[in-house]
Design a protein around this ligand. Sequence first.
Ligand SMILES: [Zn+2]
Length: 90
Amino acid sequence: MMQLELFERETIGADEMGRIFQEIRQAYWFLRNTRPGQYGDAKRRRLYRKIAFHKRRLLLAGAERVEILNMLSCYRLKCRCGTPHCKYFS
Ligand SMILES: [Zn+2]
């Protein structure tokens, strides 16, 4: 009998990982530079969904939860790296 995998574990290569980080970074750039209510919020909502989607993918692929949260925090300009230069955002 075939066993059905409910969640197929995705492996994300370095290329793909870079692309995901880039997309999240761009999404936060837009969110930082617009205010709710400006031009309607459809795009902002879409970006938040996109970030959530990528975040879930990273978690499912086995990335460290803390690492991801730190990275997202840095992209919101609240760096938690604890080093003089941010690892994720320069
Ligand atoms: Zn940082």
